[in-house]
Design a protein around this ligand. Sequence first.
Ligand code: GLN
Length: 197
Amino acid sequence: MNIGILAVQGAFIEQEQMLSGLGASCFEIRQKSDLSRPMDGLVIPGGESTVQGKLLRDLGLFAPLKEKIEAGLPVFGTCAGLLLLAKKIVNDERRHFATMDITAVRNAYGRQLGSFYAKAEFDGLGIIPMTFIRAPYIESVGENVQVLSVVGGHIVAARQSSRLVTAFHPELCGDTRVHRYFLNMIETLKEAKRSEV
Ligand code: GLN
């Protein structure tokens, strides 16, 4: 399975290590020519959504990636990646890919609780460890969005068909279940496509 990892800023190396450890072939996306490689899934790492959004545009990656995501390329966005995929961000005017029907709050936990660790139920995976770093949360979701995890009354993981997001960083927790979930999701979507034909 070929996974493209957006590598313009943020915690992309940890994502690569996690997914390679699970047997995926990872490659970094830094410039437009990287998009010509076969890609079964895309990872948008944590970092700074505003910086990533700007760099994506400056590097000419924004439009082609948006097109691929809209065409159904499976994508996993963590933290800043969640913000890049959200249709609405209540406290930021900037919009990025805006392809997932969720409303997010940026830097939602304020300064004091900026970074914290939790353990909570993730739908189908059991209790998993979660590292939050100046994280967003999801305030509300559209009809076709499945809520996968809630911490302290706030949605922290969700899925809408080929799009998966977590407000936390599963790649920093030493637990592979969320990444396995993403790889299984890609397989299942592929099979569904095959049986359509
Ligand atoms: N606070 C960051 C943002 O607004 C997200 C933090 C993260 O990705 N860990 O983009």
